[in-house]
Design a protein around this ligand. Sequence first.
Ligand code: PXP
Length: 240
Amino acid sequence: MPTLGVNIDHIATIRQARMTVEPDPVAAAVLAELAGADGITVHLREDRRHIQERDVRLLRQTVRTHLNLEMAATPEMVDIALDIKPDYVTLVPEKREEITTEGGLDIAGQCDRITQVVATLQGAGIPVSLFIDAELDQIEASQKTTAKFVELHTGRYAEAHGEAEQTEELNYLKEGTKQAISMGLRVNAGHGLTYTNTYPVACIEGMEELNIGHTIVSRAALVGMERAVREMKQVLRGAF
Ligand code: PXP
């Protein structure tokens, strides 16, 4: 069974909607760990739309499992990672106009640049994972960079329509996992996984960690709704 990295970005999305202090992703990370999360993942985006630098610094001190920092391969982000020293870094593509990470990072098209970033981070003792589509040329290029991990993009699998298309995308992930492992890479996966589509990915042989965020935060909001309303009714009664 792979381990579970809980991505808490969207706790910060709710906070940033009001530019206030709640809900605090640091508190969410503590609760996630108490519930069995094996790791905490955050994406510090260049536009700081959800996670802030303050969050990553505090999480570095409070996370008891491991902290995975997702970031673009830019000089600014590399400096932040070298300073904060997460347990590992996942390099992701980033476009300001996107709603969420849209595709895997094109390693094959910028192998030299990514190799340099990997060398800088891994040279400082921070293992690097590359978020890629499970394509052979991207896996081969990832191996060339000497990154320790790849994270296979599960977005296409998650968006597949119908059983045949989903099976095809799952097979593509299985094949990519096998190829990456045969090249000495360790394999994680994530993006778009939900309570209904995760299990087949969890069963892929050799899969080490799944990074899952939006669906967990969504479910937390709903399963917590009754209690939250009951507590506000108590406030109205002066009983909270
Ligand atoms: N892995 C990577 C590299 C991501 O960029 C994201 C989204 O930030 C996730 C996993 C989690 O995706 P989701 O929120 O859809 O579960």
